[in-house]
Write a protein that binds this ligand. Sequence first.
Ligand SMILES: O=C(O)CCC(=O)C(=O)O
Ligand SMILES: [Fe+2]
Length: 330
Amino acid sequence: MAGSHTLNELAKESRMGGLGTETTDREIRRIDLSDFEARRSDITEQLWNAAVDVGFFQVYNHGIDLADVRGAFAMSEQFFGLDSAVKAQYPLKKGFNSGWESKTQVRPSIGVPDEKESYQITRPHMGDLWPIEEELAGFRDTMLGFEAQCWDVAMRLLSCFADKLGFERNFFAEAHDPAVDSYQSTLRMLHYFAIPEHLRGDLGLWRAGAHTDFDCLTLLFQQEGQGGLQVLPGKEMDTQEWTPIEPSEDAITCNIGDMLMRWSDDRLPSNFHRVKNPGPDGDHGARYSLAFFAQANRDVVISGPAGKYPDITAEDYLYQRVNANFAKEK
Ligand SMILES: O=C(O)CCC(=O)C(=O)O
Ligand SMILES: [Fe+2]
């Protein structure tokens, strides 16, 4: 049955809502991407091993200028600083990963909404979802430019995985073609709210509840001093020992999502992660992050080299996952 893989993942996720403990024993590897083409085979081995062992890794010398990363964060903070009435003109188009939402994402692991707002950019579906220049000058161009740079890094990394899986080197770049209407990779801006005094120490609240990502590969940008992200490899789920990922401005944190796990016949594992609320002594200020989700175009058929799972289109695959994660509209 086409859905059984998905249902399995949902069942796993709903057992992940506890607090657990923290461990720094797991190594989150940092991989240097400089001189990429000349060092391709070495980089490929490093990426593959990190992906298989922990599912999370960081890359640096990735080719996106720090000034561009900072520019995208600055735009994001300005966007979220707009009045709610302005942002509400650009509401999330469900099923299209485009537009603004606030506190509507409910993870099966915790059953309450994440303490955050988000704005998503998916090229073919933006229509009138861009704030006008009078509201936020330069926003569209800055964010689309940044999205293109993220796509570039993601495709470079995926070309290494393609080599290892026995696909053509440009297989994933073709499957994530940004020039056509079936494109569905998404740049998501995230704003986790500053935590008001009376909610500090509320252990039932999460900035983002435990989940795996739906996509092939996620690139996550964090700001220094704004920690909270923790990961737990699926094969070590029973330990409930979570490893914190320290934000560092020069690095992109990467993780494998469910779509690539299925596409690789489970050779590349997607892994659980979450964003914890700061403890009583932590920094209760706002937290911002930027995530690029490489998800294959709608019409692409996901078919692993060994045929472990039935073929499914990327559209049908995502539809099942998104529906399980957002509060019903009624
Ligand atoms: O903001 C973060 O650090 C993580 C966000 C995340 O995991 C997601 O949006 O899928
Ligand atoms: Fe995630």
